[in-house]
Each structure stands twice: as structure tokens, then as C-alpha cells.
Ligand binder design. Structure first.
Ligand code: FES
Length: 368
């Protein structure tokens, strides 16, 4: 399979959205992109993503098999997902699914013979307030009854495009995959077709009614680059350090006086620690020079001598990374130059990270 020049140009555009040393972050949109050409993430699609990002196929396969939106076998023009999770189920979701399965003659993740409809049952589609819900290529049909669901699939099979309850008008699964890869829906006015439903706006309405707003939030706040955010964080830290009061000289501790007898016969109760539990927990997790860790197993606290310097998070992270090389195949995680060449050589010699399992024809860790 050779991907089209359009797909290759889009892949370059996606990768260019990320910093040069973070290109593998482009993997999720790239998987949608290859799906937009083939209708699913094929072994060739996995190979394409691995090649353009300098990853190995096992790394791409691990991601592609984790998310249900990446399909592992050819999928129909319309993906009909019926929520059978708890909320929708009690409202009739399973009945909707069963009715469609019987009518179409397909089960979960199966496609009708005409290639039009792939049916799947889905876990919560994040629209519980409209249950039972069904989506077609991720566009919603709310409060759906079995007969209404049948009408939708029949219209799709007849070449029609029924309007979803809200959101943009329907497109094919391949067209939707282009949008999921981060490209605008180019159909004239498509995204203005439908607004959000009233239950989705309920929180907003209540906030308006009660005069609740996000304090000090300017909707025009620009999104900062990582370098700018790091610089701002460093400035904030420096300001906080400068504003700290100078430490008071240590006071001599007076020996405890024996308590006066109260005449009470009740057993002595130890006074509670004045610190809140949250403070104690935070101190135990992030001890500094002034906080002892009495019960952390294996902790070696200096008994005397100068107090240790406060931890430097970056230095600690670097030391941890150096002491803990990546698990698994031991190869660079992907962005290092030369990773692709090494992967190819290993694949040719059959000594890949996955052990060169000949039964794993896809190279994704899935035995055929
Ligand atoms: S349970 Fe169906 S959308 Fe949440």
C-alpha cells in the first residue's frame, strides 16, 4: 500500500504542528490520517506512521490497539455505535443495539455485506443526559428508540444522510477521520448545522442565572509555547523565592517541665499534631531539609552535619532517567536520528524488538 501524495502532505503538516524534538506526539492524528485513506489502520498504515515518525512498528501498534477509535479491520462507510453502558442500558440502549444487530444481520464490529454499515456497541459516549444514544461516525442521535435507529440505518443504506440530533451533518467515516486528524470540515456551513442541545447548556444557563463566572479569565488569553511557559514559571519561582521572609534564628529549646497533677483518673491523651493531615502527607512525599521522614522504609536521614540542599526537581528527574533506562526494547523512544534505519535493519535480519515473531504478520504484536 502506497499512501497518496495528499496523505503524505497532510502527514507533513501534522508533524510540523509539534516541536522538532517532540514529533512522535503527532502519532494520534497520524493514525486518524491513515484511517482516512484506508478506512482502518492497516499494517501498511502502522508502517507508514512508524516510518514518518522514526518509531518502530511495535510502538505504533501498541497505541493503535489501545484506542477503540482506531479500527483494526476494514470498516463500513458509516460506523453506527450504540451505547450499552449503564445509563443508556437502563434507558433501553441494549434493546436498540439488539434490534439493529438482528435487522442488519451483523454483530459487534461487523460490517453489512454492502459495506455500508459497521455496527458496534460502545461504552459511555459521553452523552448520558441524552440516553439512550447512538452515534453515526461520531455524530449524535439522542434519546433514540429502536424504530428510530432502524429508520436511520435504512436511510443510510438507501444513500441518504439523516440529520443527527445536534452537531454537523453526517459525513463518511473516512471524511470524519480527516477531521479527527485535525483538518477542518470543508463542506460549506457544515459545522453550523446544529447547535448544542439544551441539557449540554444547562450548567451554563445556571451559571449565568447565578452570576457565576471563571474569575479573571480572559477568553483571548494566548496559548503560550513551552519555552514561554517555562520562562514564566522560572520567573514566578524566582519572585516567590525573593518574597520569602528570612529564616528566624533557632531558639534554644527549654527542657520540658513535669506536668502538674490534675487529680484526674482518666488516662493521659496525647495532644494532637497541630499540622493538618494534608501538610503531613505532603511533607512525607516531598521532604526538604527541615522535615524528617521517620517511617519511610529505606530512607537514610543524616544524623548530623549540614542539612541537605532542597531538591532540585530537574536534577532529580535527570538522575532518575539516567539510572532507569527505558524498559522494553531498549531503543530510543523514537525521535533520535538513525532510529528508523536501525529498525529497518533489525526487521530485515529478523532480530526485532518483538523477537521477530513470524506469526505477527502486522508487526503490531497481534498474532494472526
Ligand atoms: S452511558 Fe450512554 S452515553 Fe453515557
Amino acid at each position: 500500500m502506497s499512501f497518496s501524495e495528499t496523505t503524505r502532505a497532510r502527514a507533513r503538516e501534522i508533524i510540523a504542528r509539534y516541536p522538532a524534538d517532540r514529533s512522535r506526539s503527532a502519532l494520534l492524528p497520524l493514525l486518524h490520517l491513515v484511517q482516512s485513506e484506508e478506512g482502518y489502520v492497516s499494517p501498511a498504515g502502522v508502517e507508514f506512521c512508524a516510518e514518518v515518525l522514526g518509531l518502530n512498528k511495535a510502538q505504533v501498534g501498541a497505541v493503535a490497539t489501545f484506542y477503540t477509535m482506531y479500527k483494526r479491520k476494514p470498516t463500513g462507510e458509516y460506523l453506527v455505535s450504540v451505547c450499552t453502558n449503564t445509563m443508556c442500558d437502563v434507558l433501553g440502549g441494549q434493546k436498540v443495539y439488539d434490534t439493529l444487530a438482528e435487522h442488519l444481520g451483523v454483530g459487534h464490529e461487523e460490517t453489512t455485506a454492502d459495506g455500508k454499515i459497521t455496527l458496534e456497541h460502545a461504552e459511555c459516549l459521553a452523552a448520558c443526559d441524552y440516553g439512550p444514544v447512538m452515534t453515526v461516525n461520531y455524530d449524535f442521535f439522542d434519546n433514540v428508540e429502536p424504530q428510530a435507529a432502524l429508520d436511520v440505518v435504512e436511510e443510510l443504506r438507501a444513500g441518504g444522510r439523516p440529520m443527527p440530533t445536534r452537531g454537523a451533518r453526517l459525513c463518511t467515516l473516512k471524511e470524519m477521520a480527516v477531521q479527527l486528524a485535525g483538518f477542518a470540515d470543508e463542506r460549506d456551513g457544515a459545522v453550523a448545522d446544529g447547535g448544542p442541545g439544551e441539557p449540554s447548556l444547562r450548567g451554563l444557563r445556571l451559571a449565568e442565572q447565578h452570576g457565576v463566572s471563571v474569575p479573571g479569565f480572559d477568553p483571548k488569553t494566548p496559548i503560550r509555547s513551552k519555552a514561554e511557559a517555562d520562562r514564566a514559571a522560572a520567573e514566578e519561582k524566582a519572585k516567590a523565592e525573593a518574597a520569602k521572609p528570612a529564616p528566624e534564628p533557632a531558639k534554644a529549646v527549654e527542657p520540658a517541665k513535669p506536668e502538674a497533677a490534675t487529680g484526674s483518673t482518666a488516662p493521659d491523651v496525647k495532644a494532637p499534631d497541630a499540622k493538618s493531615p494534608q501538610v503531613r502527607t505532603a511533607e512525607t512525599r516531598q521532604p526538604d531539609a527541615g522535615t524528617a521522614v521517620p517511617d519511610a522504609p529505606g530512607t537514610k536521614m543524616p544524623v548530623d552535619g549540614p542539612a541537605p540542599a532542597p531538591r532540585d526537581a530537574r536534577a532529580a528527574e535527570a538522575a532518575g532517567a539516567a539510572a532507569n533506562p527505558p524498559a522494553g526494547d531498549g531503543k530510543p523512544a523514537g525521535d533520535a536520528a538513525g532510529a528508523q534505519e536501525r529498525n529497518l535493519k533489525e526487521a530485515e535480519s529478523g532480530t526485532g524488538a518483538d523477537g521477530g515473531d513470524p506469526a505477527d504478520a502486522s508487526g503490531t504484536g497481534v498474532r494472526k
